[in-house]
Design a protein around this ligand. Sequence first.
Ligand SMILES: C[S@@+](CC[C@H](N)C(=O)[O-])C[C@H]1O[C@@H](n2cnc3c(N)ncnc32)[C@H](O)[C@@H]1O
Length: 223
Amino acid sequence: MIPRTPEPEELMDRADQAEAYAAADFSEANSLFIELLTGAAAGDPGARVLDLGCGPADIPLQLAQRFPNMHIDAVDGAQAMLDLADRALDGLPALRPRVRLVCDLLPCAALPSHAYDAVISNSLLHHLSNPALIWQTITRSTKPGALVLVMDLARPDSVADVDDLVGRYAADAPTVLRQDFRNSLFAAYRVDEVEAQLAAAGLSQLRVDSVSDRHLAVSGRID
Ligand SMILES: C[S@@+](CC[C@H](N)C(=O)[O-])C[C@H]1O[C@@H](n2cnc3c(N)ncnc32)[C@H](O)[C@@H]1O
């Protein structure tokens, strides 16, 4: 089993890095995320949603289009990412009143407490050297009964498995993205590690599943 190697930088705040990320095709992973969310919610995830580490906001924009009553606070610590999200919102002006972009670092102390019907996050967890921050943020921000979906990469067993996934999913990607993907696989947490994080955070009612050959997902409801 390979040890975890943290990402070189937690935030994706370089303009070239953010641009390369936003230009990449994450449609397969994003569709999986939305499918898992609607499945876990049995339909509508709720009126007030918080997205942690939203990046260029592809997922919140898709959700806001699909659910006309949904208001989303989309948070990222990298202004470079939020600038791209803002540009995407320029093309979807009708969504502006319902998608609020917030530049903040976890634990996002300025956000309201016990206010959200759902907290979602895709591909943030592996960036965090202190993963307890995401679980603390979720615990503080959610209403009782709120839905949680956190999806991320899962660290492979071996370097050969990392190379195999990079070859399968990023062979034709620009160098910066291929290196990002490789770093992310080494930085990702494993299912057993996430289960331990949840137990330490008092969130053992959430379940952790392997949901693809490279992703895990934490889902369930806040007590
Ligand atoms: C890999 S991107 C994922 C973006 C988006 N959720 C998606 O699905 O495409 C991870 C994002 O988390 C942000 N991030 C990393 N650490 C953070 C922190 N401590 N607080 C807030 N945002 C953070 C990064 O800046 C980056 O935009």
